[in-house]
Every structure is written in structure tokens, then in C-alpha cells.
Design a protein around this ligand. Sequence first.
Ligand code: NAG
Ligand code: NAG
Ligand code: NAG
Ligand code: NAG
Length: 446
Amino acid sequence: MNTKGFYVRMRLLQNNTRHYRNADKSNFCSRYFKWILWFSLSFYFFSSFLITNNKPTNSISRNTVSKTKHSRALIEELSLLKSTHNPQDTLKGMKVYVYDLPSKYNTDWLSNERCSSHLFASEVAIHKILMNNNDIRTLDPWEADFFFVPVYVSCNFSTVNGFPAIGHARSLISSAIQLISSELPFWNRSSGSDHVFVASHDFGSCFHTLEDVAVADGVPEVLKNSIILQTFGVKYKHPCQEVENVVIPPYVSPESVRTTLKMSPLNGRRDIFVFFRGKMELHPKNVSGRFYSKQVRTEIWRKYGNDRRFYLQRQRFAGYQSEILRSTFCLCPLGWAPWSPRIVESIVLGCVPVIIADGIRLPFPSSVPWAEISLTVTEKDVARLGDILGDVAATNLTSIQRNLWDPDVRKALLFNDPMVEGDATWQIMVALSEKLDRSHKKSSVF
Ligand SMILES: *[C@@H]1O[C@H](CO)[C@@H](O)[C@H](O)[C@H]1NC(C)=O
Ligand SMILES: *[C@@H]1O[C@H](CO)[C@@H](O)[C@H](O)[C@H]1NC(C)=O
Ligand SMILES: *[C@@H]1O[C@H](CO)[C@@H](O)[C@H](O)[C@H]1NC(C)=O
Ligand SMILES: *[C@@H]1O[C@H](CO)[C@@H](O)[C@H](O)[C@H]1NC(C)=O
């Protein structure tokens, strides 16, 4: 067993590690810190227990009060300890091995700074965060439940329009699979079913930005057994999700959000009633029978362009996050695909997302109570937006905001590095741990 692990490590040890080296130190510190925290808390509760129990009997009522207070605090602290202390319980001891591919498959693209910050950058973030993790990640593929294959396909920005060109995605992924399956035994062992990929652009595992082409191409044959982490998700049958998949949030930089939040608290003044900034074509082009945003954005512009409650902007503006922070409702209409980074940005900046994308499947439904923190307006009702939002503002807006401003909800959609329990990468790991029946290691144990 050990010699095999050693052989694999030698085989794949390449220059990639230099990019993600600082991990071990910080992990050591945090582990050490947890023990000190645990020790001091135990000491605190032990001594307060002695004190409360040594009081004379005439102070019973006060004693009871302080005791309940303590025990509530104790329960809270213990659950905190339990959760920070042994995250592996939730993840059932799951281990993930990250392939060390030649840099042309991934880190070479990072020479363009946009590669790790744009809306498709979860493919970079998840890789980087796993490399910095020593609890879930294993260096020994023989002990892994899942195999993460880090290929960045969304960083080939077109010089013409600045959008990512993903025409090379299929061949880059095939070539990576060719490499790992010829050099190591793990792909062949499971036909890739315990291997995990990220497909973070419009139509995910179909690797095309136009739905009709994406649908016609379908999921590449070579990926059909694997697990795809993708931003695309709908509740109905769709060729681009005919593969084991987990819906993940689009990437929004946690640093940019933190910077914006310094400007104003979540419950501060929101002087914009309805906000949208983005592409709103007045006369959308018919692109092989489809119209951008199914003309929903055009309809919004036509109907509400002159409505003073609506702050609608069609130009790009780098400071748009500060506008979200000033807004009560943020419109999140579909584009070419149903999903949008606006949903994440609205939530983390405390603006109630108004999701207009029929049938969309949203990330992490067991952790994020979507119905309680957002509004859904069907595409055909878009002309009634004004009335609908007016009604909500007059009735249950405060309760939606209260749910929305829950830190746990806001945490679940951001990719922190290092990973924080409850954040987006954590949620992905939880979703993977629910697929452990695909793990070769687990199935060979039983
Ligand atoms: C980048 O995209 C263009 C257009 O799809 C393609 O011709 C080119 O080969 C890609 N570059 C790489 C290195 O894959
Ligand atoms: C995996 O299968 C392919 C195709 O059958 C074969 O070419 C390759 O050598 C196999 N890999 C290993 C490590 O045996
Ligand atoms: C859009 O173009 C397609 C051909 O590409 C045509 O069949 C269809 O009727 C057009 N739709 C509209 C609403 O103009
Ligand atoms: C708020 O009201 C709207 C419109 O009546 C309803 O669809 C939504 O479910 C309500 N949300 C909450 C959290 O009560």
C-alpha cells in the first residue's frame, strides 16, 4: 500500500505544488489554535460550574437564572466546538485526491489575472482551496474516495469580445483524461465514476455558450460517468445535466464583497427600490431561433425604463456592488443561461434577489432556504413586476430580509480560501459525501 502511494507521488510530483505551497503552515496554526480554544473553554465551564454550585441556598433564583444562561452558552459553545472540531463527522471521513496535472491544463492560464476572478472562476477557486486543505485532501490516491481533475477551461479570453472562448474545452479535458488514465490506474478502475470536474460556464457539462449547440453536442462521452460541478441547473430534464452533477454558485470574489460591505452595514439605508445593471437589448437579435434572455430584459426595459422606482442601467460600471448594497430588490433575470452571478452578489450584499428564470435549479437547497430569502417571478409575469414587488414591500419584505441577512445563508455561496465550514466549497464537499456509494474505496470495504 505504502509503496504504491509512494510510486504515485513520485510519478506525479511536478512543478504545480509551488503555486499552492503556503497551505501547511496555516493549517498547523489553526489546528493548534483549536486545541487552545477547546482547553480554555473547558476550563471556563468547569470553573463556572464549581462557582455556581457552591453558592449558598438563599440565592436559588439568581442561581437558576445564571445557570440556565450558562448552560445555554455551554450548549452553543459545545455545538460550535463540535462543528469546528470534527468536520470530518459531517463528511464521513471522505478523502479527495487532487491530480497534479502539467501546468498547461491549469495554472498556466493564471498569467491572466482575470482567470481567477471572473464569474466562471470557481474552476480555479475549488482547485486552489483543495490544494490548501489538509483535512479532506489526501496525498495518497489509494486512500481517496474521489479524484479531482483540475482543468481550467474558461480562461481563454477572446481578444475580440473579451468573453471566454471555450471551444478548446472538450479537447483539453479529453487530453487530461488520456494522461491520467494512461499513467495511473484510478480512472480505468472506476471508468471515471469517482472523478470530479468543474464546468462553470453557461451550459456546464455541454461546453457551449449557446443552448441549441450545447444541447446538440451534449455531455462529452468521456465525462458521462463522472461527477460534474456546474453552475447550470434546471428542474426539468435537460441534456446538459444528464450526468451526475452538483449545482454550484458562480464565482464572486469574497474580497470584493468584504470591501463593499465596509461602505455600509447590511441593514443600512437602501434608497434604491429595484436595481438592475446589465445587458438589456432594445431589439434583441434572433440567434438561431433564440433571443437573449428570452426577451425578458427587453420587456423589463420597455415597461419600467421610465418608472422612478426602478433603477435600470445598461452600461458596465465597476462599482456596481455598491449599488446592490443600496438596493432593496435586485433583479436576476436569465441571460443565455438561467443562472447569474447577480443571485450570489444580491444575497451576500443583502439585496432581495428577484429570480426571473423559469425552472432554474439553485445551489445547495438543503442549506440555503431559497423560498425564504428570494422572490421568484415567472418569465411571463415580468410585466407585473412593479405590482408584485410593491405587494411584497407592503407585506413580508422585513421577514424576507431577516432570513436573507442570516450569516449562514450568506456564507454558503462564497468560496473562501482557506475553506470555512459552511461555505461554498464546504457545501460541495457535503454534496460529494452524499455520493460516497460511488467511491471505489468505500465499496471495496463493504
Ligand atoms: C483558445 O481559444 C481559441 C478559440 O476557441 C482556440 O483556437 C485556441 O486553440 C484556444 N487556446 C488554447 C491554448 O487552447
Ligand atoms: C486504461 O485503459 C486504456 C484503454 O483501455 C489503456 O490504454 C490504458 O493503458 C489503461 N491504463 C492503465 C494504467 O492500465
Ligand atoms: C428566428 O429565426 C429562425 C431561423 O433562424 C426562424 O425560424 C424563426 O421564425 C425566427 N423567430 C422569430 C420570432 O423571428
Ligand atoms: C412573501 O410574499 C410573496 C408574495 O405573496 C410570497 O410569494 C413569498 O413566499 C413570501 N415570502 C416569505 C418568506 O414569506
